[in-house]
Design a protein around this ligand. Structure first.
Ligand SMILES: NC(=O)C1=CN([C@@H]2O[C@H](COP(=O)(O)OP(=O)(O)OC[C@H]3O[C@@H](n4cnc5c(N)ncnc54)[C@H](OP(=O)(O)O)[C@@H]3O)[C@@H](O)[C@H]2O)C=CC1
Ligand SMILES: CC(C)(CO)C(=O)C(=O)O
Length: 340
């Protein structure tokens, strides 16, 4: 019997719960899930999962559930820390600070199953001797109430290494392939190794940088955006074409059909709420800096005009600010005071 991989999965929400389930399916891995708002229900009753890949499960439990990040153990270090939180770059703590106590330098492989661009940079800077892997997920999953996970769209995960100049390419590739093997072992999901992480991320951004903010701002799911008067021609396609142009300027040629492919990716009548819409509906912070801000900054730096995305970016920034005020991260001068 090969030894089990010790996995800490941080962020036991919609995608994290399904990832934990996949990783623990055939007991090659011992998965400890770190939860926050759903900790009480998940630790007590387990997850209730309605999944197009796994069927209906009631009371599913990972090996362990925690409400804090554990300290790394010298005798039993984590082989992987799989990060499936929303990556909110403009709200502390940073992901690197969050997971730091559990990371064993030079040993733990950090896996980012998160949307967005340049998300690896702070992690490689914080953990220069650790391999950092990219996980680009095409799942459609939500958590309508704590511990209740609904997965409508099959889990397809593309894994590859973010290149860290301090490490050997062969070791990074081997770690990515090993993780693919672990994730796929249960046979319920599509998980593949993809060497070109940049291309995979830019391709996914054609969807996320455009539909996530448009849905979050309008309150419409992707089916309704497709039905709404003029939204696809006037908003979605112009935004997507700006991402395609920014990708090209960054050295990534995307397929000619990518805009239509992304618009039609989920069936219209699935009425899929992208993760950013789920967040605005719950009053959560949104991942707009990594999903929208970073590709916008990359594109504009290279001289690509991106007027649609710039407007979407500022609308998202205003939504984020509204939530920061609600949650006490910013305060406003008292009404009627002379402050500017
Ligand atoms: N949902 C989807 O269909 C898809 C999502 N993605 C990406 O996957 C990532 C995860 O998304 P998703 O699963 O939807 O997000 P969720 O909000 O459903 O889950 C994130 C989980 O992380 C928890 N969390 C956040 N911060 C901490 C912390 N400091 N300590 C412990 N737990 C924490 C959250 O807790 P709390 O509830 O307290 O906030 C929540 O349970 C994102 O990057 C998203 O863009 C990619 C493809 C599809
Ligand atoms: C595109 C989608 C729905 C999953 O593939 C996603 O990435 C999200 O909800 O953020």
């Amino acid at each position: 019997m090969p030894e089990k991989s010790l996995i800490l999965l941080v962020g036991g929400g919609a995608v994290g719960a399904v990832a934990a389930l996949n990783l623990q399916l055939i007991e090659q891995a011992e998965v400890t899930v770190v939860c926050r708002s759903n900790y009480a229900v998940v630790s007590q009753d387990g997850y209730r999962i309605e999944s197009c890949d796994h069927g209906n499960l009631s009371g599913w439990k990972a090996f362990a559930v925690l409400n804090h990040i554990p300290e790394a153990s010298s005798s039993q270090p984590f082989d992987y820390i799989v990060c499936v939180t929303k990556n909110i770059a403009d709200v502390p703590p940073s992901l690197a600070d969050l997971i730091r106590p559990a990371v064993t330098p030079g040993r733990t492989v950090v896996v980012l199953i998160q949307n967005g661009l340049n998300i690896e940079k702070p992690l490689i800077q914080a953990f220069p001797q650790n391999i950092v892997l990219s996980g680009v997920s095409l799942i459609g999953a939500n958590e309508p109430e704590p511990g209740h996970i609904v997965q409508d769209f099959p889990d397809t995960l593309y894994v590859g290494p973010f290149r860290n100049p301090n490490l050997k390419v062969e070791e990074e590739d081997a770690a990515a392939k090993q993780f693919v093997q672990l994730y796929s072992a249960g046979g319920k999901t599509q998980c593949s190794y993809i060497a070109d992480v940049g291309w995979t991320r830019w391709r996914k951004l054609v969807y996320n940088a455009c539909l996530n903010p448009i849905c979050a701002i309008t309150g419409l799911d992707t089916g309704r955006v497709r039905l709404a008067d003029g939204a696809v021609e006037g908003l979605v396609k112009p935004a997507m074409k700006e991402i395609v142009a920014a990708a090209k300027a960054s050295g990534y040629e995307l397929p000619a059909t990518v805009v239509d492919d992304m618009i039609n990716m989920d069936p219209l009548t699935m009425y899929l709420p992208p993760s950013m819409l789920s967040d605005t509906r719950k009053g959560n912070f949104i991942e707009y800096e990594n999903i929208l801000g970073e590709p916008l900054r990359e594109g504009e730096k290279l001289g690509v005009p991106m007027p649609t995305l710039r407007v979407l970016y500022h609308l998202c920034a205003a939504i984020q600010w509204k939530n920061k005020e609600v949650k006490g991260f910013v305060t406003v001068p008292p009404k009627g005071s002379s402050a500017e």
